[in-house]
Design a protein around this ligand. Structure first.
Ligand code: PMP
Length: 361
């Protein structure tokens, strides 16, 4: 078996043991004579898988009882609309931090549904950092402050959550279940699961029950959190395969020491990589202000674009794949989500050192 060192930003590498377990039970799930994805989502097998996944999220993420956990379709992108549709009742406004590409997406969609303003804009700093609390300017009658906990393209993240007087709402797509969340400050968090937790096709929304009443009854049922809560995320047919894989990844995560184990390992992996960058005498350059450097998406540049192209080509030939930065920003990006083995990061840092000594600037 050959597995590449896959630094894709998502969908991305999954634990090998999860893939093997899926393979082993794909044709005949627990003696049922069929795979799990061929059964009714209302049967006992799928029900058990679903319930176990929700329990594992609640346990490992420390989600308090006053929050509901929903598994929905439409990715994080649909949540850009569902959040304001559901939370902005009559006359309420919402504040958004513009921290880069994904925050902009959330802001653009929220504007269709309510009075939305930007409480801090990272543009002047070229989106190289997140704001500190004192920089966030809130107006009266603000229902929530929306943040993007980790900008997947810019490679920045909050290392401290803003301490503001209004509830936080966060897009956690690219650092979901990688570090503890102070739930008392949040009304809602959401994200696609296709980075740290499973395959594409599923968004996880964790919403405070008291926030469910804010929605107008003029929105379609699928789009209303309260309907999804009443129907246990099964208002319609759920994405059974994605939920099945999510459950397996959550079990794998538990074996790795749960959130604590995952966070420790994530910090180790990121340190390895940032040390390689910082120890290269400026050959590799990370444009992000150090305190805000993402632990999940490590962005870096080489001395020029020709060297970057050569780097990506040779890396790929050495089975270090998907290291190209996002098309909007260029450069290189190594995404090192939960399932990325630390051994692969070590192979990458070794390659980086070799490449730099073979190809001086
Ligand atoms: N927010 C962030 C931070 C993301 O990284 C992404 C996807 N890369 C999205 C939102 C959009 O997610 P989806 O494709 O699941 O709609």
């Amino acid at each position: 078996m050959t597995r590449a060192h896959n630094f894709s930003a998502g969908p991305c590498t999954l634990p090998v043991e999860v893939l093997e377990a899926l393979q082993a039970e794909m044709v005949d799930y627990q003696g049922s004579g069929m795979s799990l994805i061929e059964m009714s989502h209302r049967g006992q097998h799928f029900d058990a898988v679903f319930e176990e996944a929700i329990t594992l999220v609640r346990e490992q993420y420390g989600v308090p009882n006053e929050f509901e956990i929903l598994l929905l379709q439409g990715g994080a992108t649909l949540q850009f609309s569902m959040v304001p549709m559901n939370l902005l009742g009559d006359g309420a406004r919402a504040a958004y931090v513009n921290s880069g590409h994904w925050a902009k997406g959330a802001i653009a969609d929220a504007r269709y549904y309510g009075d939305v303003y930007v409480a801090w804009d990272g543009k002047a700093d070229r989106y190289a950092r997140m704001p500190i609390t004192e920089e966030i300017k809130l107006f009266p009658n603000t229902r929530y402050l929306h943040i993007t906990s980790n900008e997947t393209i810019g490679g920045i993240r909050y290392f401290e959550w803003p301490e503001v007087e209004v509830p936080l709402v966060a897009d956690m797509s690219s650092d979901y279940m990688t570090r503890p969340v102070p739930w008392s400050r949040f009304d809602l968090v959401y994200g696609g699961v296709q980075k740290n937790l499973g395959p594409a096709g599923l968004a996880m929304v964790i919403v405070r029950r008291s926030a469910l009443d804010d929605a107008s009854d003029q929105i379609g049922q699928y789009l209303r959190y309260s309907v999804q809560v009443d129907k246990s995320s099964m208002f319609n047919t759920p994405p059974v395969f994605a939920i099945y894989v999510l459950g397996k990844v959550l079990k794998w995560m538990k074996k790795k020491g749960g959130l604590e184990g995952i966070e420790l390992e994530a910090n180790r992996k990121a340190s390895l990589l940032y040390n390689a960058i910082d120890g290269s005498d400026g050959y590799y350059d990370c444009p992000v202000t150090p305190a805000y450097r993402s632990v999940m998406n490590v962005v870096f540049r080489l001395p020029n674009e020709n060297l970057e192209e050569q780097f990506l080509r040779e890396a790929s030939a050495a089975d270090l794949v998907n290291l190209k930065g996002h098309r909007t920003v260029g450069g290189c990006r190594a995404s090192i989500y939960n399932a990325m083995p630390i051994e692969s990061v070590a192979v990458l840092t070794q390659f980086m050192q070799d490449f730099c000594s073979r190809n001086p600037a």
